[in-house]
Design a protein around this ligand. Structure first.
Ligand SMILES: NC(=O)N[C@@H](O)C(=O)O
Ligand code: NI
Length: 168
């Protein structure tokens, strides 16, 4: 079995190779609503590359899992970004994995992030990741991706051996 992967706190810098972080480290912004708000525009690069695919705004009501957690499969969405933002949660787990020269998950470089209330991530298109996991308590998470109901919406890859994610 591979050495366990320690889940790390979510930061913009650490997550940058995998996509965008939402709700963390907001910078700049412009005044809005007669000065009663600051708006931070385009905090994530939302893309869907298939003309027939439509944006799907969904709510995932996830049951709680605990760490340590065994990752037994990864998936990717080749033609769309996928965003998850916590609507209500205590913690949620984001697991991402770079790809090797063949485009397959490079499990030696798998990373895990513990995210909290008010935070979100947006995977870049084709980014290998584990399906979203709620931690410590059930979670409602808002999801946005471009989907058309075809197989290209989501490509799954069962892992030959599980990868254990432990608490930092
Ligand atoms: N597609 C789906 O239902 N869920 C996954 O894509 C996920 O990342 O959670
Ligand atoms: Ni996904």
């Amino acid at each position: 079995m591979r050495p366990p992967v320690r889940a790390q706190p979510l930061t913009r810098e650490a997550f940058a190779p995998f996509g965008d972080v939402i709700g963390l480290e907001l910078a700049g912004g412009n005044s809005a609503n007669q000065g009663t708000a600051t708006r931070f525009d385009r905090v994530a690069n939302l893309t869907g590359s298939r003309p027939e695919a439509k944006p799907n705004l969904a709510v995932f009501r996830s049951v709680a899992k605990t760490l340590p957690f065994e990752v037994r499969l990864l998936e990717r969405h080749p033609c769309s970004t996928q965003m998850f933002v916590a609507l209500a949660c205590q913690r949620f787990l984001v697991v991402v994995c770079p790809e090797d020269a063949r485009g397959e998950p490079d499990l030696d470089r798998l990373q895990a992030f513990v995210c909290g209330p008010g935070q979100g991530v947006n995977y870049r298109p084709g980014q290998w990741h584990h399906p979203i996991i709620a931690l410590e308590g059930p979670a409602d998470l808002l999801m946005l991706a471009w989907e058309d109901g075809s197989a290209l919406d989501c490509e799954e890859r069962p892992l030959p051996t599980p990868v254990l994610i432990t608490r930092d």
